[in-house]
Design a protein around this ligand. Structure first.
Ligand code: ATP
Ligand code: MG
Length: 565
């Protein structure tokens, strides 16, 4: 690592204001239980804790959601949110939808989507939010696997749903209107609508609540079922990691179809009574900066892919007033040190990496606001979380040794099951450890350094090379915007390092530039990590839902080419 990435201590403000007050050694998850109504009653519902209790506590008039799409802007208070979710919940209930039924929600990032997810949860159903850009096959795979009986969508998106191939689907609700009488339109709430009482289905902490399919970065997506108990972790990490306070305007850029968009786009902020921002539409740098300014976003959770794309538009930053921002976080992919430097130089803020997975339901390894960031590290395990680097037999490795990143079982938001696949569920565990499938090492201070997925490790002439470090070095070169590094099979070396890069605007692909980039990696990182081949692409292949680089796709194409030749 070059000197450019020195450790970044918290600012005075971050340190003094942080909710986290150094209880690492004595903290227990049980101490959080007192926050929730079920601690007294024994019965739980996530939707109650996210919405209704704030109304009961006198915060009904507080803005729960600010929706911005193009020139449209709409706000909902907690009270309005309660009425809308009650109304839809009552409608679903009256038509026989019951606890444990799988209700799928296929909507764009719009208040309707948030209402539908929470209304389904209110009646004890298991909700399956689908990403808005999914096409027929992705929708079919998930709904068929879950034997979904109810779908909430709109008439435009419905065209992509292969209704006739879904034998378990009994009813379809739409948020708009249609001439098709088999579709049930959800009525719009009017001021004459009165409060609906007793619509909540009180369930057990371990009852199923939401199902998310993994991103599919390494293979077929797995259906991960989470129970209502996830709220313990999501509440506490919302406080400690997102650092949410009463006056925060919080924006998580993920769609609720990805676990980040539910755990941290809905549950964590609303458990903490924060105001959330929902931005409809796709990524566009101008619009994103505009949302921050317009809504006065204070806490912002996004992903490295988005930050890298914004880096490419740095010249736009001066056109916006982004001074409301006080805390930025990242998840989903390794956060390149270069991106952290950009945050400090351009926004005057540190970007806080967080590591977790669909299966873990909540953040596990994080950079708390009051602590020093070591660029290149994902941070440290949360208080209450025990992480280790182990070998394939489950033995703990020493500090600094590369191995499998594992977590001691039993944190509150751990998955309940892999849908209908017990064997797969059990394959995640060895002894008491949950295996993440990621490779990492831990330093003496407990900071965890992600090196790559177990499957993505490159073995070249006997050296193990993690793609992340090489990718991060590549994007430090001024001509490189994004990079994906894979091991290309090679008869002599086993594998060689091959890099796919996207160039910064204004640079063009030529042999001299490639040579210069190779030399850059060779002298700034190491000779054996130098990509022996570099290919320039217009864009990198990415997972649809979470925008992660699909290295396996790049590798598959390389292998195909070798076979053809
Ligand atoms: P699939 O399991 O279907 O292959 P996926 O693992 O990408 O897809 P997710 O659950 O969305 O599905 O992502 C979890 C993975 O994302 C982690 O195992 C890790 O590889 C990566 N990841 C998440 N956060 C970080 C981070 N902060 N730094 C590095 N990698 C991260
Ligand atoms: Mg995974």
């Amino acid at each position: 690592m070059t000197n450019k990435f020195i450790h970044l201590p918290p600012t005075e403000g971050e340190y003094q204001l942080s909710h986290y007050e150094g209880t690492r050694d004595v903290f227990s998850w049980e101490s959080v239980h007192a926050q929730f109504s079920w601690n007294k009653t024994g019965k739980v519902n996530m939707a109650y804790e996210c919405i209704d209790r704030h109304v009961d506590d006198g915060y009904g008039d507080k803005t729960a959601l600010i929706y911005i799409e193009g020139t449209k802007r709409e706000e909902l208070t907690f009270h309005e949110l309660k009425k809308r979710t009650d109304q839809l919940a009552a409608l679903l209930k009256s038509r026989g939808v019951k606890k444990g039924d799988r209700v799928f929600v296929f909507l764009t990032k719009h208040p309707d989507c948030y209402v539908a997810v929470l209304a389904s949860i209110k009646i004890g159903a298991i909700v399956g939010p689908l990403f808005e850009a999914f096409m027929e096959e992705a929708i079919y795979d998930r709904m068929y696997d879950c034997e979904a009986s109810v779908l909430i969508t709109n008439s435009e998106l419905l065209e992509r749903v292969p209704v006739n191939k879904l034998p378990h689907l009994k009813s379809i609700y739409i948020t708009d209107e249609s001439e098709d009488e088999s579709l049930l339109s959800i009525p719009k709430l009017t001021s004459n609508d009165t409060e609906i009482a007793d619509v909540i289905e009180w369930v057990d902490l371990n009852d199923g609540m939401i199902i998310h399919y993994t991103s599919g970065s390494t293979g077929k997506p797995k259906g991960v079922l989470h129970a209502h108990r996830v709220m313990v972790q999501q509440y506490q990490t919302g406080k400690w990691v997102l650092d949410l306070r009463d006056d925060d305007i919080y924006w998580c850029t993920a769609h609720p179809g990805w676990v980040t968009g539910s755990s941290y786009g809905i549950f964590a902020p609303w458990l903490n009574r924060a105001t959330i921002v929902v931005h409809g539409g796709r990524f566009a740098a101008e619009e994103w900066f505009d949302v921050i300014e317009q809504a006065g976003v204070t806490v912002w959770y996004s992903a490295p892919t988005a930050f890298r794309l914004l880096m490419d538009k740095t010249e736009l930053v001066k056109n916006y007033n982004l001074s409301s921002l006080r805390h930025i976080l990242s998840v989903g992919e390794p956060l390149n040190p270069e991106v952290i430097t950009w945050g400090v130089e351009t926004l005057n803020l540190r970007i806080h990496d967080t590591w977790w997975m669909t299966e873990t339901g909540g953040q596990l390894i994080v950079n708390l606001p009051s602590q020093t960031i070591k660029p290149g590290s994902m941070g440290r395990p949360l208080p209450g979380i025990q992480a280790a680097i182990i070998d394939h037999q489950g033995n703990e490795l020493k500090r600094g040794e590369l191995g499998l990143l594992a977590i001691k079982k039993g944190w509150p938001s751990m998955m309940k099951e892999i849908w209908k696949n017990e064997e797969k569920y059990h394959s995640y565990f060895i002894h008491d450890w949950y295996l993440s499938g990621d490779l990492a090492y831990m330093d003496e201070e407990g900071y965890v350094f992600f090196q790559g997925r177990d499957d993505d490790m490159i073995n070249s002439s006997g050296e193990r090379i993690g793609p992340f470090e090489v990718e991060s070095k590549l994007i430090e070169h001024p001509a490189v915007l994004e990079a994906a590094v894979i091991g290309k099979p090679d008869p002599v070396r086993g594998e060689i390092v091959k890099a796919f890069i996207v160039l910064v605007g204004g640079y063009t692909d030529n042999p001299k530039l490639k040579k210069e980039i190779q030399t850059f990696v060779r002298y700034k990182l190491s000779a054996h990590s130098m990509p022996r081949e570099i290919e320039v692409l217009d864009e990198l292949p990415k997972t649809q839902i979470s925008g992660k680089i699909l290295r396996r796709e790049l590798k598959r194409k390389e292998i195909e080419k070798l076979v053809v030749n």
